[in-house]
Write a new protein. Structure first.
Length: 216
């Protein structure tokens, strides 16, 4: 099931395209305002509701939108709670919009790190953070990932949580052949898709894989 989560960061106008084939659209607190502004009513509103206008939250609830309220003092961010909601509903492909930008750098970084979490109950989950022509996914050790961006697009490989070991790429301009990418290193920044299919394989650790599509 395809789910789209919309947080209250800074969605790109082009991000609305991800809503067309969504089976489930979840507004993450203040993200409801952007959805309503483009004429899309969410299926659910999740969060502590401190950044959504009370009148909007009430209107959506009256229109049949599921509202899952959480206390302000909680152990998880609204984005994480919305992600858990989508997983409970059976989503196996989740796109996060509005997860970056805005004034809260801490929330932005926390949303990025949600990608890197190891979820035992969602091993086959396709989770991505998208804004405009940029898409970020996480690659865990012992697996591989196919680059979806076209030839000429940029690809960055950034380790999180420790060093990445055994990084092997194909189809990229600057190849890696079973090599390490140390935590904090920028060696994996701004590679380029040279040929399709392009892939990244990782033996140990976690990589954030950021694709930035070329402008058409």
């Amino acid at each position: 099931m395809n789910a789209v989560l919309v947080a209250s960061g800074d969605p790109d106008p082009a991000d609305a395209r991800w809503l067309s084939d969504a089976d489930l659209v979840v507004a993450v607190d203040g993200g409801a305002a952007w959805l309503v502004s483009i004429g899309r009513r969410p299926d659910a509103l999740v969060g502590d509701l401190d950044s959504v206008e009370p009148a909007l939250a009430l209107r959506l609830e009256e229109e049949g939108v599921t509202v899952e309220r959480h206390p302000t003092e909680k152990d998880s961010s609204d984005s994480e709670l919305a992600l858990e909601y989508a997983l409970r509903k059976g989503a196996d492909r989740i796109v996060m919009l509005g997860a970056i930008g805005g004034v809260r750098l801490d929330h932005e970084l926390a949303n990025v790190l949600l990608l890197a979490a190891r979820r035992k109950d969602a091993r086959d989950l396709d989770l991505r953070l998208v804004r405009g022509g940029a898409c970020m996914r996480a690659l865990q050790g012992g697996s591989s990932l196919t680059i979806e961006a076209g030839t000429g697009s940029l690809v960055s490989l950034l380790p999180v949580g420790g060093d990445a070991q055994g990084v092997t790429t194909s189809g990229l301009r600057y190849p890696l052949r079973d090599e390490p990418l140390p935590l904090g290193s920028t060696r994996g920044l701004s590679n380029e898709v040279a040929a399709q299919p392009a892939t990244v394989q990782l033996r140990h650790g976690t990589l954030l894989v950021i694709e930035t599509a070329t402008q058409e």
